[in-house]
Design a binder for this molecule. Structure first.
Ligand code: HEM
Ligand SMILES: *[C@@H]1O[C@H](CO)[C@@H](O)[C@H](O)[C@H]1NC(C)=O
Ligand SMILES: *[C@@H]1O[C@H](CO)[C@@H](O)[C@H](O)[C@H]1NC(C)=O
Ligand SMILES: *[C@@H]1O[C@H](CO)[C@@H](O)[C@H](O)[C@H]1NC(C)=O
Length: 495
């Protein structure tokens, strides 16, 4: 027995070596056959072990550009290439057809696949992280709570209230952060819609602070749950926010009154566990807050440099106000007014195209697939990149230019414009986001003229922050008195 053991130990390095050699040979053979199957160009072994080229891929760059890594790879390999990203071999696609194919086949050939570490912060039942039937169930609740019918009946007047409240008394002629303002607006909207929270409640400020730290940690490039890290802080914030939501939920159960907010709707879902309900509420707050505030900041930023668009917006919105006055209607915006905001919709589309609030999404191949002659192995990470399509001169002439008028010609952008993703995971808040942006534009252009207090630029981290938090100075715009003068004044400014 002893001899056997000694013998075994003596031989074991040889066995290990043999094992590795054969494994390697098998691997090479497998790789060879896969290579014959024509993988997309590039290398899935490049960069550091595990990390690969992730840091090059997410390296901060202006969100109105595609960044150095993307630019280099597109030039070298074309619109579909291979790399090693987020811990796995990856295929990056800047091809509208391929992106459509990937997004439409969600749940069949591909599925959402966000970094696992996000689960500690977002929760394991977060919308972004669940798949299959659970995703369908949660999604139907999310869509149900923000669909156009509900926007009309419950959300519109609330949006208007929160936008006006924050735009009412901005400091005149003294610089302030427009991105901070945008964050307050969209946070108040979501806190009100999700939890019926009043912006003046003391808890509102506390929750917003917790939420900002939560977001910061979620987007951290060092996602390790250790004390002192932003990520560790975010995990803590998650617990604080959930505790707060649970308290609200229990209060309501005690009172027995039904509330017309997302919390009220979610509580009624008898199918879901308490944990699932809380994660869903957190997901809604998360999905609706940062994205829309970024979009609103981008509107302020792009319009500041395009006075011609501002004056055309004023004409459009004054037209709506005058028509209401003429008909003796209330000045509040109604759902039908949006149909008359064609140019406003052009501005919104152009802002989302050039600003790229969400520049790519994370997917995974569920099986071996061949598409456009390229072999996509099962398990590969797939990254459909929208920004590289939005900024491609083949699809948009002078793509780096903010030109809302281009949308008067485009009409049906199809797969070349996917700011809200597509397929079964199309953003659930698309109408809410557009209405919120429209209401913001309405009040902004009719109340104020504005300019940047300092040059600034939106940076993709890949979540977007303005380098200096977008400092602006505003002056009142007296549209209702001698508006014609002002409109022509603005018109004669150099563009
Ligand atoms: C301009 C603002 C917004 C942009 C650019 C945006 C963009 C997106 C994108 C690209 C996705 C897809 C993520 C993926 O497929 O992996 C998404 C999903 C989602 N968005 Fe938005 N969004 C915005 C505003 C909102 C708002 C206001 C809400 C309201 C609650 C919202 C709720 C959601 C939800 C619940 C999902 C998950 C959908 C699913 O997985 O089925 N979003 N959004
Ligand atoms: C609740 O669950 C049952 C079975 O699991 C399912 O048939 C039903 O559609 C679910 N209801 C909702 C609202 O998701
Ligand atoms: C959708 O909302 C309505 C009320 O607004 C509710 O009666 C219905 O049960 C909801 N459906 C789901 C699947 O949550
Ligand atoms: C804006 O983009 C959407 C697609 O997201 C498109 O359906 C719509 O027609 C565009 N609006 C304008 C005014 O071009």
């Amino acid at each position: 027995m002893k001899e056997f053991a000694v013998g075994f130990f003596w031989y074991s390095p040889l066995l290990v070596l043999l094992f590795f050699v054969s494994h390697r040979l098998l691997f090479l053979a497998r790789r060879k056959s896969k290579e014959q199957l024509n993988l997309p160009p590039g290398s899935s072994n490049e960069g550091w072990p595990f990390i690969g080229k992730t840091f090059d891929f997410i390296k901060p760059h202006p969100s109105t550009t595609i960044g150095e890594f993307m630019k280099d790879r597109l030039q070298r390999y074309g619109k579909i290439y291979r790399s090693h990203l987020f811990g796995a071999p990856a295929i990056v696609s800047a091809d509208p057809d391929m992106n459509r194919f990937v997004l439409q086949n969600e749940g069949k050939l591909f599925e959402a696949n966000y970094p696992k570490t996000m689960g500690d912060v977002l929760g394991k039942w977060a919308m972004l992280l669940v798949n299959g039937d659970m995703h369908k169930t949660l999604r139907s609740i999310a869509v149900n709570s923000t669909n156009p019918v509900r926007i009309r009946s419950h959300i519109l007047s609330d949006l208007d209230f929160h936008v006006q409240k924050l735009l009412k008394d901005l400091p005149i002629n003294s610089p302030f952060s427009a991105s901070e303002m945008a964050k307050k607006i969209t946070f108040n909207v979501m806190a009100s819609q999700v939890l019926s929270m009043d912006p003046d409640e003391p808890d509102n400020k506390w929750l917003r602070k917790e939420y900002m730290d939560f977001m910061r940690g979620l987007c951290s490039s060092f996602p390790v749950n250790l004390p002192g890290t932003v990520y560790g802080k975010a995990v803590k914030c998650r617990q604080n926010i959930l505790k707060f939501m649970l308290k609200k939920m229990n209060e309501r159960r005690k009172i027995g009154k039904e509330y017309d907010d997302f919390l009220g709707m979610v509580v009624l879902q008898t199918n879901l566990s308490e944990e699932q309900k809380l994660d869903l509420l957190l997901s809604m707050l998360f999905a609706g807050f940062e994205t829309t505030s970024t979009a609103i900041s981008l509107v302020v930023f792009f319009l500041e440099a395009c006075p011609k668009a501002v004056s055309q917006l004023r004409e459009e919105h004054l037209g709506i106000v005058r028509k209401k006055q003429h008909a003796g209607d209330s000045p509040d915006l109604q759902w039908n007014d949006y149909k008359e905001m064609e140019f406003t919709q052009c501005v919104i589309n152009e802002t989302l195209r050039l600003g790229n609030v969400v520049s790519y999404v994370h997917r995974k191949a569920l099986q071996d697939i061949t598409y456009k002659g390229f072999f996509i192995p099962s398990g590969y990470t797939i990254l459909p990149v929208f920004s590289a399509i939005h900024l491609n001169p083949d699809y948009y002439k002078d793509p780096e230019k903010f030109d809302p008028w281009r949308w008067l010609q485009i009409k049906k952008p199809g797969d070349k414009f996917l700011p809200f993703c597509g397929g079964p995971r199309l953003c659930a808040g698309i109408d809410l986001a557009k209405v919120e942006m429209s209401i913001f534009i309405h009040h902004l252009v009719l109340k104020y003229q504005w300019e940047l207090a300092e040059p600034d630029i939106p940076i993709s981290y890949p979540f977007i922050e303005f380098h200096k938090e977008l400092p602006i100075k505003v002056r009142p715009y007296h549209c209702m008195e001698d508006n014609n003068d002002h409109v022509s004044n603005v018109k004669s400014l150099p563009n």
